[in-house]
Design a protein around this ligand. Structure first.
Ligand code: CP3
Length: 345
């Protein structure tokens, strides 16, 4: 069975561009809110395979994208290795922040697979229920982005705590990145063994890293995960999504060994076609604000992306996740625009 999404990641251009949307499952869908209300919090939803599988499949039933993404979160990894992680209504993630070498020493990547067993069960359930022509994407956070939450204790605007900690405790920060490389590799390989057919590494906060630390904090840890996953699962395509890194994209692609790159909307589709697509397949990059606004602007902006990028290896996606106020009808309209795109010669 051919899958347009996996074909695009392999460098092929098919009859139309494949698509899926970051955060395609979630609070903008009434059927998500209904299941979420029955769960005992967000993490309970992530760790209950039957419910997490249902949530993963909800957007597939509505929009028929070419890929489903496992419903979970990047912060299950710090929890798996022993950090206290919670999600507070209206506030987002709250972690007991790592401040000392002693707290770091208490973390144990050896616990990863046991703790995350319910997630692997979700992957198996989803794969068994998905249509053959819809691929299943597994994912994890990249070490830098996960470390920001572990050290800040939650979301941050300025990253001052994690950056100054990383600079003044270089050895400890390296130890932390190493722990995350080890745990994340085990997590991703187990997702593949359970049925994931492609992987995405989310480095949402790569934009906050100083240029002089970019290799140490972003490219090298990511490269180590990519090569360790490929040693066990050589045929699995890996998408790197390092948000906001603009001019460093070509270097990031070459140094990490990723198979395809996710693009945010700071690069124009024309620039991406000229500078990035010749290096590897690209995924992106409609700003989710167009989807939120609606109307004819969705079509205008989507067509610009399609016109510039669909002649080469390309997966249509957003530049970041769907905003939770987005009307599902706008998403349906976008799916229809992509499905019926026919300008290919
Ligand atoms: O559909 C999908 O894309 C798959 C599921 C998914 C979620 N989180 C579900 C989720 C994925 C791939 C993620 C990744 C994730 N989680 C990232 C990287 C991508 C990005 O969006 O930047 C990050 C930074 C996180 C950490 C995280 N998780 C935060 C900061 C929050 C709070 C956000 C908020 O607005 O409240 C979450 C919670 C979360 N993860 C929700 C969902 C659907 C909302 C939880 C709820 O139902 O209350």
């Amino acid at each position: 069975m051919t899958n347009l999404f996996l074909d695009a990641l392999a460098g092929k251009t098919g009859s139309r561009p494949p698509f899926w949307f970051m955060r395609q499952a979630g609070r903008y869908l009434p059927e998500y809110r209904e299941l979420r209300a029955k769960a005992d919090g967000f993490l309970d939803l992530c760790y209950t395979p039957e419910r997490a599988a249902r949530v993963t499949l909800q957007p597939i039933e509505r929009f028929r994208p070419d890929a489903a993404i496992l419903f979970s979160d990047i912060l299950v990894v710090p929890q798996a290795i022993g950090q206290t992680v919670g999600f507070v209504e209206g506030r987002g993630p709250v972690l007991d922040p790592i401040k000392s070498a002693a707290q770091l020493a208490a973390l144990d990547p050896g616990r990863t697979l046991e703790h995350l067993a319910p997630v692997f069960e979700t992957v198996r359930l989803v794969r068994s229920e998905l249509p053959d022509d819809v691929a299943l994407i597994g994912f994890a956070g990249a070490p830098w982005t996960v470390a920001t939450y572990m050290i800040e204790g939650g979301s941050t605007r300025d990253f001052n705590t994690v950056k100054s900690w990383a600079i003044s405790n270089r050895e400890a920060f390296e130890t932390m990145l190493n722990l995350l490389v080890e745990s994340t590799t085990a997590y991703l390989v187990a997702q593949v063994e359970s049925g994931a057919q492609a992987l995405q590494l989310f480095d949402t906060w790569a934009n906050a890293v100083p240029a002089s630390e970019f290799d140490n904090w972003v490219s090298e840890p990511t490269a180590r995960i990519v090569s360790a996953v490929k040693a066990k699962a050589p045929d699995i395509p890996i998408i790197g999504f390092a948000r906001g890194i603009g001019p460093r994209l070509p270097d990031y692609i070459r140094k990490t060994g990723i198979d395809a790159v996710g693009l945010d909307s700071s690069i124009s589709p024309a620039e991406a076609a000229r500078d990035i697509q010749p290096i590897c397949p690209v995924q992106g990059n409609l700003d989710p604000a167009y989807l939120l606004s609606g109307g004819d602007e969705i079509e205008r902006a989507a067509r610009e992306v399609l016109k510039e990028l669909s002649d080469g290896p390309f997966v249509f996606n957003l530049a970041h996740g769907i905003n939770k106020e987005t009307p599902p009808s706008h998403v349906e309209r976008l799916a229809e625009i992509i499905r019926t795109w026919e300008s290919r010669a």
